[in-house]
Design a binder for this molecule. Sequence first.
Ligand SMILES: NC(=O)c1ccc[n+]([C@@H]2O[C@H](COP(=O)([O-])OP(=O)(O)OC[C@H]3O[C@@H](n4cnc5c(N)ncnc54)[C@H](O)[C@@H]3O)[C@@H](O)[C@H]2O)c1
Length: 398
Amino acid sequence: MIIEPRMRGFICLTAHPDGAAQNVKNQIEYVKSKGAINGPKRVLVIGASTGFGLASRITAAYGSGASTIGVYFEKEPKEGKTASPGWYNTAAFEKQAIADGLYAKSINGDAFSNEVKQQTIDLIKADWGQVDLIIYSLASPVRTNPKTGVTHRSTLKPIGGTFSDKTVDFHTGIVSEVSIEPANEEEIENTIAVMGGEDWEMWIDDLKAAGALAEGATTVAYSYIGPKVTEAVYRKGTIGRAKDHLEATAFTITDKLADLKGKAYVSVNKALVTQASSAIPVIPLYISFLYKTMKEMGIHEGCIEQIQRLFNERLYTGGDVLVDEKGRIRIDDWEMRDDVQAKVAELWKTADTETLPATGDLAGYKHDFLNLFGFDVAGVDYQAEANEMVEIPGLQKA
Ligand SMILES: NC(=O)c1ccc[n+]([C@@H]2O[C@H](COP(=O)([O-])OP(=O)(O)OC[C@H]3O[C@@H](n4cnc5c(N)ncnc54)[C@H](O)[C@@H]3O)[C@@H](O)[C@H]2O)c1
């Protein structure tokens, strides 16, 4: 079938298998071009199909020759109906990895559930015995706690007062004022339950109880801080509370891993266009100024550049892992540079619909957004027939 982007709100309902494959190929080539990393050999990535998780899987496989197991929640294709993008990304990655002699298997299901945890542990035990690195990169609006059966939904709201500022609809380029009412206690708690550290800790507890963690096992989860302009709605809002919880959980897990000489880290990453971030108010406008500024300064990075740097210059240098005063790894260091932030703050003041195409990188934002779904990728013929019925070679049966 001929596959075109079909937009609805913040999401695209279709995905292009060949575009996704080209994206994965580009990421693999990037990691290979940066040379070998003396990293882990058996890597589990939870949230492995898109964004930072996919970049982590590719970096582990092609940077340090790791065997990888990916866990994700993606929609499979049906005749005449495309799969979700992470399905095609995973298919392309596993096809290439297996062809290159790398172990690559995956599980498609709800990572928050006991069943998916057990299936993953069984696979690790059967094929590897133990795992060296666990990347935790889930981004989800909903989680059912397997112990209580309660389903929690996250919200993106400020805490303590109404938030009003500019935002952009990146499809139309229209800049407008957005006002978001503050969250109540229940909404805060629910957001922490979805995006905080509870599930990460459950994964590590279960892996440890099964004897599936190698001596010196490391686990890394991803967080975000960001600038003043997004603070009220992000870091000091409901999602920020969840990230505080996630960051605190790193210390709890590190204590639990002491007998294995293991360690849990949170890595604070740069703001990037992903399916998760495009749904957060104000962030797309910030990203369009950030991209513009960082590209002009020659320091722009995407997910793959970020994670290659995380592995190569933070986690696997052969020396101590560099962390900030709160024990967090910072690969948002370039985003948070004073000169970058000063420029973004200056551009922010001028933001309106007329000037944004020139002052912000709206085109770059749109391009990256389409890219998430395999569209607008250089070298792909979108007029050609594409096969939507792609299989994932390493996919395990439920
Ligand atoms: N995008 C950013 O700007 C940014 C910046 C810093 C940190 N982060 C953090 O990085 C992490 C990953 O975010 P992303 O932006 O790469 O998101 P993403 O939407 O690209 O990826 C989310 C992944 O989680 C998987 N997933 C979601 N729900 C699942 C479930 N129930 N079971 C199994 N898999 C599930 C998806 O399949 C996908 O692989 C998040 O913690 C996010 O807060 C993102």
